[in-house]
Ligand binder design. Structure first.
Ligand code: ADP
Ligand code: MG
Length: 238
């Protein structure tokens, strides 16, 4: 598949990022690198700061210090819409599909981030054929798994350089998890993928690199195949 017009080596870099809610710190200097051709996973227990990390990248939370770069250019001071425009696609935790809008309308909203995209590109339906049949259905009438596919479609329709997914398998049945895994594997050839995930089997199956977060800090990172699986299991169990 070729989603981006030109051959680019997209890379997202976080350097010593801190984040806070109403002045109380949640992230304490997070370093992460995600590049095209790889699926990078951010993993860790509930409440350690994974979603806050993602929200920091999107500009949705106060980040007192650090830097975030897209292809070497800082996006750290840019407002939310400008980060999306710079080429970051975002699939939020819980999906945030608009239930009253049709599938087509939900996808069209994603095109706002890239005005050069005038109609829904064919690759969307190559990756998620089901969406073509359901274009006129209301988002709220789709199953959880179909909504997740729609949320990913909405995020990639703008041809982003980086795709960020926050717990894409949460509350989704196993057969659709496999479909989503296959879709993400295809997409990594065209964009950097940064995925927050807690489902270990899925992580081991599809990720190339992992960062483990504990209490707002990265405690372990490396190639997925080289990580201590038992320790990962321990870290993820409650
Ligand atoms: N909007 C918010 N206001 C205040 N504290 C928050 C908010 N969102 C998250 N937190 C706190 O920040 C910490 C990290 O949360 P979060 O990033 O959602 O964790 P994770 O995604 O790893 O489960 C938690 O202690 C959580 O209670
Ligand atoms: Mg979260």
């Amino acid at each position: 598949m070729c989603i981006l017009a030109e051959e680019v080596n997209s890379m997202l870099t976080l350097e010593k990022v801190t984040a806070a809610y109403s002045g109380s710190k949640v992230l304490f200097g997070v370093d992460i690198e995600a590049k095209k051709g790889e699926i990078t996973c951010l993993i860790g227990r509930n409440g350690v700061g994974k979603t806050t990390t993602i929200r920091s990248i999107m500009g949705l939370v106060d980040t007192p210090s650090g830097d975030i770069q897209l292809d070497g250019k800082s996006i750290f001071k840019l407002p939310v819409y400008a980060r999306a425009k710079a080429g970051i696609g975002y699939v939020p935790q819980g999906r945030d599909i608009f239930p009253q809008l049709t599938v087509k309308e939900n996808i069209l909203l994603g095109m706002e981030a890239n005005k050069s995209v005038k109609e829904i590109p064919d690759y969307i339906f190559e990756i998620f054929p089901i969406l073509k049949d359901f274009l006129q259905r209301r988002g709220g009438d789709l199953s959880g798994g179909q909504q997740q596919q729609l949320a990913i479609a909405r995020a990639i329709v703008s041809k982003p350089k980086v795709l960020i997914l926050d717990e894409p398998t949460e509350g989704i049945q196993p057969s659709i998890i496999q479909d989503i895994g296959k879709a993400i594997m295809k997409l990594k050839e065209d964009m950097a993928i940064l995925m927050v995930e807690q489902y270990l089997e899925f992580i081991l199956d599809i990720s190339d690199k992992c960062y483990v977060m504990e209490k707002g800090r990265i405690s372990m990172s490396g190639k997925t195949e080289e990580l201590d699986k038992e320790r990962l299991q321990q870290l993820l169990s409650m």
